[in-house]
Design a protein around this ligand. Structure first.
Ligand code: ADP
Ligand code: MG
Length: 255
């Protein structure tokens, strides 16, 4: 049985895609069978995994709309050691097209079900909004990983996300859990960071992950080479941080 984890935060630029790619690579490096699903029309998770998003035979959109099976669209054998169900700009049409199909909310869940024995972990990189694609991710997921930056407005944006998670729990996916709150681009020397830290700990308790991801130039550079930071700059602080995160996640997911 695979554990499906959605990386979600409707705020852009908080490190969802970066964390999805690098966590996938670090989990794969620890010997896990990992699939990364790119559900953002920007296709950055695909590109960051070394895939040309303009040259796809099939994308996750074809899978959502039932034209292809997930297995047909998955790209395996990436240099980073994990498989990718890629996405690209075609997904911008999904919002409208999904409205016209049955079970529009559970399309991704249904598509991923046959893969349950193929992967131990499936990570879903969500778009920066609470749209039908994100709803599909939350419907398919066992857990949510919420990346955020420790800034003044970090918590304010969370209430809409927590509301959506609650709605999904109350309707289609009662077992959906918050698997972790991940602090990205983290600098504990800043006093604001410490303030936000203590608010997060007060609110989320031990769902606040111990692992934090520092701001690190190698992490920012790696996608332009189509590589996770573990392959681009193995000994960088960013690479180490994602390795620590992967181990913590495996412990939490009891994998
Ligand atoms: P999101 O997917 O939430 O929109 P991204 O993962 O695309 O966010 O990150 C936003 C920007 O911040 C990108 O340019 C990325 O390279 C950069 N970034 C993310 N994490 C780090 C980090 N730990 N150190 C430095 N830059 C980072
Ligand atoms: Mg993104």
């Amino acid at each position: 049985m695979s554990q499906i984890i959605a990386l979600t935060n409707q705020k852009g630029g908080v490190g969802k895609t970066t964390s999805a790619v690098n966590l996938a690579a670090s989990l794969a490096a620890l010997g896990r069978r990992v699939l990364l699903v790119d559900l953002d029309p920007q296709g950055h998770a695909s590109m960051g995994s070394g895939i040309d998003k303009h040259a796809l035979d099939a994308s996750v959109l074809d899978v959502l709309l039932d034209d292809r099976s997930a297995r047909e669209a998955i790209i395996g054998d990436s240099p980073a050691g994990f498989d990718v169900l890629p996405g690209n700009g075609d997904l911008t049409a999904a919002e409208v097209e999904l409205l016209q199909v049955d079970e529009r909310q559970s399309r991704l869940a249904r598509a991923l079900r046959p893969l349950s024995d193929d992967y131990e972990i499936i990570l879903i990189d969500c778009p920066p909004s609470l749209n039908m694609l994100t709803v599909n991710a939350l419907t398919a997921a066992d857990g949510v990983l919420i990346p955020l930056q420790c800034e003044f407005y970090a918590l304010e944006g969370l209430s809409a996300l927590l509301g959506t998670i609650e709605q999904i729990q109350q309707s289609v996916n009662p077992d959906l859990e918050i698997s972790g709150i991940l602090r990205t681009m983290y600098d504990k020397r800043m006093s604001l960071t410490r303030e936000v830290d203590s608010q997060l700990r007060g609110y989320f308790g031990d769902r606040l992950l111990k692992a934090t991801i520092p701001r690190n130039v190698k992490v920012a550079e790696a996608p332009s080479h189509g590589l996770p930071v573990s392959h681009y700059a193995r000994f960088s602080r960013g690479s180490q941080a994602y390795r620590v995160l992967a181990k913590e996640m495996l412990g939490r997911l009891a994998l």
